[in-house]
Design a protein around this ligand. Structure first.
Ligand code: ATP
Length: 139
């Protein structure tokens, strides 16, 4: 069985969507293993978004992720990494399909960063790395 790291990003927390996001993941049948409201630090985000360093949206992305608290959660279940990414929908909320979190709830105001409500790990390797960043005490 897999684990994945989910973040409700600052836009989602500000808009009061934490409960709605967690509800959808639980309703799908995944198990909540850890959950905490956290203020990210630059150091955590440098590790979390290491693969994007140097891209044009990297600095705006880090500033956005520092703009308020995030809800960090770990979910467990069969193929939960792929399953959560299906629930989340495409990165760009404008084209994310209705029925997905980003398709139903996301906005795109032409900002420098896609403020797309959620993050989910994209592989077992990144989920292990990301869980260690956000929940260092979790076994
Ligand atoms: P996440 O990793 O947050 O689940 P993702 O895997 O769909 O999203 P990534 O390619 O990992 O997207 O990019 C990380 C985040 O950076 C995106 O969620 C989005 O907020 C932002 N982002 C990615 N690509 C762009 C882009 N071309 N323009 C603006 N923002 C972007």
């Amino acid at each position: 069985t897999q684990r994945t790291l989910v973040l409700v990003k600052p836009d989602g927390v500000r808009r009061g969507l934490t409960g709605e996001v967690l509800r959808r993941i639980e309703a799908k049948g995944y198990t909540l293993v850890a959950c905490e409201l956290k203020q990210a630090t630059r150091d955590m985000l440098a590790q979390h978004y290491a693969e994007h360093e140097g891209k044009p949206f990297y600095e705006p992305l880090v500033e956005f992720m520092l703009s308020g608290p995030v809800t960090a959660a770990v979910f467990e279940g069969e193929r939960v990494i792929e399953g959560f990414r299906a629930l989340a929908g495409a990165t760009d909320p404008t084209v994310a399909l209705p029925g997905t979190i980003r398709g139903d709830l996301g906005r795109d105001w032409g900002l420098k960063v896609q403020q797309n409500i959620v993050h989910g790990s994209d592989s077992e390797e990144s989920s292990a790395r990301e869980i260690a960043i956000w929940f260092p005490g979790l076994a």
